[in-house]
Design a protein around this ligand. Structure first.
Ligand code: NAD
Ligand code: AHE
Ligand code: ZN
Ligand code: ZN
Length: 412
């Protein structure tokens, strides 16, 4: 039955209050208005940022809301004036919009976009400052302009990346947040990013979750000579080797501040450090373990409301640089489809190799290695698959440090 123009009733995980279990509810999803797109979400992953907002520590967190921002799906219908996607298109909703017209988009200096941010920060749509979600007439707020923990969601058209329909949505959903975020200095992201890790650099990665491992993977691709992984959970160390981490430090094993431990190990400090946790004390350590004169520290983690960073200004006077990144500097609508293409090329190179005869395998091996070991691991970050009704258990796994990404099948 055609659903276009109709209210759709479907299942969604609703966060009624901070920290209270999400509740699977029947929600009403209104049709898209002008400049909006309604998407059938097929797969969504959980990101630490969902847990952060759910915890009540996000100054922009409004309740009740539908969380979720790392997903993939199919366009169900579009509102008036939407030209770049149509029903049936395969898409990744992007929490970071790209209108290509605002001063941010036109600056050539940032991937941030100003067009809809004022609405997405307060859980509504731009056109009428209202939500498209409700339960028996009670509005439920949107989250990050995406709300992918719902079988259907409505997003702004500037927040939709159209992707190759061949791509497996249960995998490429990860390209909506965590994996690209970590790869902001990779070759693909280098146009917009700031920290360009050079061949031979020493890199420190604080926090070895999905984002930290993607940073490590990118650092390896950029030719870093040492990649030091720091985490308080030693379970993370074995897996991190596969993502390029060459040595490990657990701050709990040391009496000295962790920045001092790293400075001592690296003849004065690292060239680049990345904070992928969201802890302001660690952010300070990440800056202070950088080498005098040139070390650059990038803040990736999201810290709670009221938290502030600090250091002695002397750290910056003496040449260290403190930066941050959102979505790895990638321009969402124009670059997410390219990331998907890159992912598909890697998969097809691998299948081609499996179909070659033994002799050919040897001759094709160098090319294969080049393609295969390029910078776009995706499947490797999916440690668990689950379903929408099991979402609370999936978050429990995240809190226990059991998983990297858990992907939920929204219709099982
Ligand atoms: N800036 C962005 O665009 C962006 C995008 C995605 C995620 N994030 C943020 O990045 C951070 C990481 O996200 P994730 O999904 O990889 O999270 P995650 O929970 O999977 O990983 C965090 C890791 O940090 C470790 N950790 C916690 N406290 C630590 C400490 N004091 N010292 C060392 N290690 C510690 C944990 O053991 C875990 O391995 C979060 O803050 C998330 O909100 C930012
Ligand atoms: N509402 C939060 C902002 C959190 C934040 O910084 N979000 C990151 C993305 S995290 C994705 O997992 C981001 O890209 N920020 C840029 C933006 O939101 O425009 C708070 O206020 O703390
Ligand atoms: Zn995220
Ligand atoms: Zn814009």
């Amino acid at each position: 039955m055609a659903t276009q123009g109709q209210v759709i009733t479907c299942k969604a995980a609703v966060a009624w209050e901070p920290n209270k279990p999400l509740v699977i509810e029947e929600v009403q999803v209104a049709p898209p208005q002008a400049g909006e797109v309604r998407i059938k979400i097929l797969f969504t992953a959980l990101c630490h940022t969902d847990a952060y907002t759910w915890s009540g520590k996000d100054p922009e967190g409004l309740f009740p809301c539908i969380l979720g921002h790392e997903a993939a799906g199919i366009v169900e219908s579009v509102g008036e004036g939407v030209t770049e996607v149509q029903p049936g298109d395969h898409v990744i909703p992007c929490y970071q919009a790209e209108c290509k017209e605002c001063k941010f988009c036109k600056s050539g200096k940032t991937n941030l976009c100003g067009k809809v941010r004022v609405a997405t920060g307060v859980g509504v749509m731009l056109t009428d400052r209202k939500s498209r979600f409700s339960i028996n007439g009670k509005p439920i707020y949107h989250f990050m302009g995406t709300s992918t923990f719902s079988q259907y969601t409505v997003v702004h058209d500037v927040s939709v990346a159209k992707i190759d329909p061949v791509a497996p949505l249960e995998k490429v959903c990860l390209l909506g947040c965590g994996v690209p975020t970590g790869k902001h200095f990779s070759r693909l992201g280098a146009v917009w990013n700031t920290a360009k890790v050079e061949q031979g650099s020493i890199v420190a990665v604080f926090g070895l979750g999905t984002v930290g491992l993607a940073v490590a993977e990118g650092a390896k691709a950029a030719g870093a000579s040492r990649i030091i992984g720091i985490d308080i959970d030693t379970k993370k160390f074995d897996r991190a080797k596969d993502f390029g981490v060459t040595e490990f430090i657990n701050p709990k094993d040391h009496e000295k501040p962790i920045q001092q431990v790293i400075v001592d190990l690296t003849d004065g400090g690292v060239d680049y450090s990345f904070e992928c946790i969201g802890n302001v004390d660690v952010m300070r350590a990440a800056l202070e373990c950088c080498h005098k004169g040139w070390g650059t520290s990038v803040i990736v983690g999201v810290a709670a409301s009221g938290q502030e960073i600090s250091t002695r200004p002397f750290q910056l006077v003496t040449g260290r640089v403190w930066k941050g990144t959102a979505f790895g500097g990638f321009k969402s609508r124009s670059q997410v489809p390219l990331l998907v293409d890159k992912y598909l090329k890697k998969v097809s190179a691998f299948s081609a190799l499996l179909n070659l005869s033994d002799n050919l395998i040897y001759s094709a091996f160098p090319t294969f290695c080049l393609l295969f070991f390029q910078e776009i691991k995706v499947d490797e970050y999916i440690t668990h698959n689950s379903t929408l009704p099991e979402i609370n258990k999936a978050f429990d796994m995240m809190h226990e440090g059991m998983c990297l990404r858990v992907v939920l099948d929204m219709f099982v």
